[in-house]
Design a protein around this ligand. Sequence first.
Ligand SMILES: Cc1cc2nc3c(=O)[nH]c(=O)nc-3n(C[C@H](O)[C@H](O)[C@H](O)COP(=O)(O)O)c2cc1C
Length: 179
Amino acid sequence: MELDRVIKERRSIRKFLDKPVEREKINACLEAARLAPSACNSQPWHYIVIDDPQLKADFCQEAFGGVYKMSAWVEKAPVIVAVVSDRGNFTSRIGNFFRSTEFFLVDQGISGEHFVLRAHDLGLGTCWIGWLDSKKAGKFFNLPSGKKIEHLFAVGYPAENPAPRPRAKLEEIVSYNKF
Ligand SMILES: Cc1cc2nc3c(=O)[nH]c(=O)nc-3n(C[C@H](O)[C@H](O)[C@H](O)COP(=O)(O)O)c2cc1C
C-alpha cells in the first residue's frame, strides 16, 4: 500500500475478528519495528509476542487489574505485543543526562509506529496500550531490574472501521521561522 494511504487510513482498533493472525505477518511488523532509527543506534527495545490464548489470559489478569481494568478488552485481541524497554546504551544515557530527556522512549515511539503502520499495510488492526500495570506485567515475565513493559499493542484483524479522530489543523501546530 502507498505510504500516504497507510498513514491516513490507520486507526486505533479495539474490536477484532475471532481469527488467528499469521506469525509471518507479526514477524513482518516486527521487522519494520527493528529497522527504526534510535538515538546512538541503541535500539532500546525487546518485543514479547503473546499469542498463546491461556498465557494471554493469564497476562491480562495481571496487567489489567484494579484501575487498569478499562484495558481488559485487550484480552480479546488475538495477539498482544508487549514492548520491553531498555534504558538505552551508554552514549544514549549520557545524552539523556545532558539533555534531561529519555531518548529511549522517543526511540520506542518511532519503532512502535513502524510496527503499527506495517500492520495496517498488511490488513491488521492495532491499538497502542499505555494503560497497564507495568509492575505486574513485568513480574509476569520475570523481567530483570531496569527493564519495564512501557506499552503494548493489541493486534488482530479489525472488526470495526472507526471514523478518524480529530487532529489539530496544520496551521495550529506549525510555524515557520518563529514560535
Ligand atoms: C502511547 C499511546 C498510548 C495509548 N494508550 C491507549 C490505551 O491505553 N488505551 C486505548 O484504548 N488507546 C490508547 N491509545 C490510542 C489513542 O487513544 C489513539 O491513538 C488516539 O485517540 C487517536 O486515535 P487513532 O489512533 O484512531 O488515530 C494510545 C496511543 C498512544 C500513541
